[in-house]
Design a protein around this ligand. Structure first.
Ligand code: CP3
Length: 337
């Protein structure tokens, strides 16, 4: 059993596992080389051999406890017959969203479109040391809907558009939940042993009732599905501030990934039913190294007698120097609990 799995399943806290969100890609020169030869990002996600190679790149460089499969949360929307574009300065966009097309897709077509992802997973599992976990992932329905309905303007949400689409949002959440469980089922079958659910835009939901309906309930549905399938899950409802407490109480995931707005001490006192993961601001990896190491120590010391999985408060930034990542890993590996 991998160390991270042992940690989440058997609660063996004598050790601090470490991995990084977005560890596969962007900041690694060996990724950028492959990326420059593959201008179509979606095609690269569906190239099983290259996707597996990219997944293993950070594992070859660093002593990490888990690999996360190279893919994207938006491949699910593409497999639901939507046109996803990764070009452009404002991140990925969906062109000509069609609710009708979305609702018509059946399981067979969906799975066959995502088959290269499952092939990449089984290829990777064969090459990955048994001590290391292979993490699969999905985007939670709300975060996918943000892209699907183009609800975001910079870091704000267009609430008029939300109000106009209330009925479709509920319909879409149900469709997504069903198809996300298919995607989870096939990822697990192919060899992932832990799942992370990214709800990166949960913090944009303003009303308490909407947070329950659009974030807590869908995440809870997915967590229950994974519990039935005996697969630990880490949830990341980014940006919901003190509502993290209600999230953990309602959703009950095995692990909870905190963002950089969350005070680690507060997390320790309030989120103690789940293993806590992450927290350090990714921006700190770009700044003064001494300051960074002090922060790393702060998180390690805060959670010394608790369960803690080392990670950041969001993905590694593209400008990060890989040597800094190396230093953090060394620090965490040398820390005695
Ligand atoms: O963690 C990993 O290394 C595994 C691969 C992974 C990618 N995307 C690859 C990727 C994972 C887990 C994701 C998740 C993802 N994708 C999220 C949730 C996590 C988060 O960061 O909040 C979201 C919201 C997306 C949607 C997405 N895909 C955005 C906003 C972007 C553009 C900006 C960016 O993050 O680079 C992408 C493209 C993307 N996904 C890239 C990579 C390596 C960059 C593609 C490129 O090289 O141009």
């Amino acid at each position: 059993m991998s160390k991270l799995l042992n940690y989440l399943k058997n609660k063996d806290y004598s050790y601090t596992p470490i991995w990084f969100m977005r560890q596969a890609g962007r900041y690694l020169p060996e990724f950028r080389k492959i990326r420059s030869q593959n201008p179509d990002f979606l095609k690269l996600c569906y190239n099983s051999t290259l996707a597996s190679e990219i997944t293993l790149q950070p594992i070859k460089r660093f002593n990490l406890d888990a690999a996360i499969i190279f893919s994207d949360i938006l491949v699910v929307l593409n497999a639901l017959e939507q046109h996803v574009e990764f070009k452009g300065p404002n991140g990925p966009t969906i062109k000509n969203f069609s609710l009708e097309r979305l609702l018509q897709v059946d399981k067979k077509n969906f799975i066959s479109k995502l088959d290269p992802v499952y092939k990449a997973i089984s290829l990777t599992r064969k090459k990955l040391n048994r001590e290391k976990s292979l993490i699969g992932f999905i985007g939670a329905p709300w975060t996918l809907i943000i892209y699907l309905l183009n609800l975001k303007k910079e870091n704000e949400i267009n609430y008029d558009l939300v109000e106009k689409n209330r009925e479709s949002i509920d319909l879409i959440i149900n469709k997504l939940l069903k198809f996300l469980t298919y995607h989870l089922e096939y990822q697990i079958e192919a060899g992932v042993d832990i799942i992370q659910i990214f709800d990166s835009w949960a913090g944009l939901i303003k009303e308490e009732e909407d947070l329950v309906e659009w974030c807590f309930k869908p995440n809870n549905y997915l967590v229950n599905f994974l519990r039935k399938n005996n697969t630990p899950v880490i949830c990341f409802p980014k940006g919901i501030k003190k509502k993290y407490k209600d999230f953990v109480k309602n959703v009950k995931p095995h692990g909870i990934s905190i963002d950089s707005d969350i005070d680690p001490l507060w997390a320790k006192e309030n989120l103690d039913n789940s293993s806590i993961q992450g927290g350090i601001n990714p921006e700190l990896l770009l700044g003064d190294e001494k300051h960074l190491i002090i922060e790393v120590e702060k998180y390690l010391e805060t959670f010394k007698n608790n369960s803690y999985i080392f990670n950041l408060g969001h993905g590694i930034l593209p400008q990060t120097n890989p040597n800094v990542v190396e230093k953090i890993i060394e620090k965490v590996k040398n820390f005695k609990k």
